[in-house]
Design a protein around this ligand. Structure first.
Ligand code: NAD
Length: 478
């Protein structure tokens, strides 16, 4: 099988090491063989980005917008093919894969517009005759490190603003899902990016990631992944005073009040907790339910789970695809065991499933009778596992929702304006959803969290400019 190469300094370059990209729905199916960059190749990529930076930073916003627009159009035109690639390498359903691909296209087109709208200010000076201008300049060379669970959308929402505002990039996708990152790099290169502006270095975090963090030539690192790796990234960036932005895990609460529509609440809970196999940082992993609606809510959720088809991601009738790999499956199963040992009741699912093709299939698991101090309620599981916490009223629900070290997304199902408004103001999360799943966001508004979920400035929408530019204040006397 041919190796898909890294892209360094304007050339596609093989490596001595390579990675077989395996389809988690069918372990006999190899998506492709992808080169794994060495530390030396990563350093070459960084040097190429540094060399390309002055000329790229000096391009007009129109030149950058045209490239991003063309890339966005190609991604959208190829949504069926790229969506299938995504589903093959990550295991989310075909519909989810195509939806994520469309999202990536929309993000590139949005940031094509943002390149033209790079903001600045002119303000009055306190000194007579002096002009003060505040302008934004590109940060420089950005290291982009991404996780496996959104193989095309997360690289897109970091690459697009980085390039729109005139930065050069070294992209390191997760080792499990190099295919989508390779495809969008190829599209961007053919859309007209000059050599060195974008470099793709696939491979291991311990090799490629470390080389990015250790390089004095990197000005900023945008990272999405786990809390443990994120803390390490932040510490390494602090040593050399690199700008850093981290998006990490979640343990997102979804509150259901007695006055909620039980069908709406159960739909939002099932979607938020289990779709995309629960492998979303915004997944509704803690369902916090008041006493009066508890039993009917749990019964409705279980009825809905019984109707879901867990099978090969490429089968169009599948609702939930497989877990991404063996080690994530082991993690999910170990939490399912831990929950039962801690005294939680496994009300539905949790067992491994065999399907026509050999894959990492897991029946979604719902725990009831849990308390918020159990490990299944404290730690991110990152799989199709959710818990129900029974509470007496709204006040206890809010306190339980906020009793976590994470703060990415929080949701509430209620027909009470009073409780919805209070929850929006008092939920300790970066994103709040009313009568909607905790997962599922728009691309033109900021994305991010609080506490252990995020660090640094927000991603996406107009707020992305904060990370990818640096501010200059100029004073001019006549
Ligand atoms: P991970 O932390 O294991 O890996 C993330 C990336 O960091 C990968 O590219 C990996 O190769 C790289 N990496 C690993 N070690 C490194 C090192 N020493 N130096 C530099 N880079 C290194 O995370 P994952 O398992 O790929 O993704 C799952 C996690 O991502 C979950 O915790 C999930 O909540 C989180 N996530 C967060 C968001 C968000 O926006 N908040 C979105 C998606 C996923």
């Amino acid at each position: 099988m041919n190796m898909q190469a890294n892209y360094i300094a304007g050339d596609w370059v093989d490596s001595s090491d390579a990675n077989d990209n395996i389809n988690p729905s069918d372990l006999s199916n190899v998506v492709g063989r992808y080169a794994r960059a060495s530390a030396a190749q990563t350093e070459q990529a960084i040097a190429a980005a540094r060399a390309a930076f002055p000329a790229w930073a000096a391009t007009t916003p129109q030149q950058r917008a045209d490239i991003l627009e063309a890339a966005g159009n190609e991604i959208m035109a190829r949504k069926a093919e790229l969506g299938e690639l995504l589903s093959r390498e990550e295991g989310k359903t075909l519909a989810e894969g195509i939806g994520e691909t469309m999202r990536a296209g929309q993000i590139f087109k949005f940031f094509a517009g943002e390149a033209l709208r790079t903001p600045g200010e002119k303000v009055a000076s306190i000194r007579p005759g002096v002009d003060v201008e505040i302008t934004r300049e590109p940060l420089g060379v950005i290291g982009i490190i991404t996780p496996w669970n959104f193989p095309i959308a997360i690289p897109a929402w970091k690459l697009a603003p980085a390039l729109a505002f005139g930065n050069c990039v070294v992209l390191k996708p997760a080792d499990l899902v190099p295919g989508c990152a390779w495809a969008i790099s190829d599209i961007l290169v053919r859309a007209g990016l000059p050599a060195g502006v974008l470099n793709l270095v696939m491979g291991r975090g311990s090799v490629v990631g470390e080389a990015i963090l250790s390089s004095p030539q990197i000005d900023g690192v945008s990272f999405t992944g786990s809390v443990a790796t994120g803390k390490h990234v932040a510490a390494k960036c602090a040593e050399s005073l690199k700008k850093v932005q981290l998006e990490m895990g979640g343990k997102n609460p979804f509150v259901v009040l007695d006055d909620a529509d039980v069908g709406v609440a159960a739909d939002a809970a099932v979607n938020g907790a289990f779709f995309s196999t629960g492998q979303r940082c915004t997944a509704s992993s803690r369902l916090i339910v008041t006493e009066g609606i508890h039993d009917s809510f749990v019964n409705t959720v279980i009825e809905k789970l019984k109707g879901l088809k867990i099978d090969n991601a490429l089968d169009p009738t599948t609702h939930i695809g497989p877990v991404v790999d063996q080690s994530q499956l082991d993690q999910d199963l170990s939490y399912i065991e831990a929950g039962q040992k801690e005294g939680a009741k496994l009300a539905w699912g949790g067992e491994r499933l065999n399907r026509e093709t050999e894959g990492f299939y897991l029946q979604p698991a719902l725990f009831t009778e849990t308390s918020n101090d159990m490990r299944v309620n404290r730690e991110e599981i990152f799989g199709p596992v959710a818990t129900v916490l029974r509470v007496k009223d709204y006040d206890e629900a809010l306190a339980t929702a906020n009793d976590t070290s994470f703060g990415l997304s929080a949701g509430i199902a209620t027909s009470s304006l009073k409780h919805a408004s209070h929850f929006k103001r008092n939920a300790e999360a970066g994103m709040v959803m009313v009568n909607l799943p905790t997962a599922g966001v728009d691309y033109h508004v900021p994305f991010g969290g609080r506490k252990g979920s995020s660090y640094g400035s927000r991603e996406q929408g107009r707020y992305a400019v904060e990370f990818y530019t640096t501010v200059k204040t100029s004073y001019t006397a006549p």
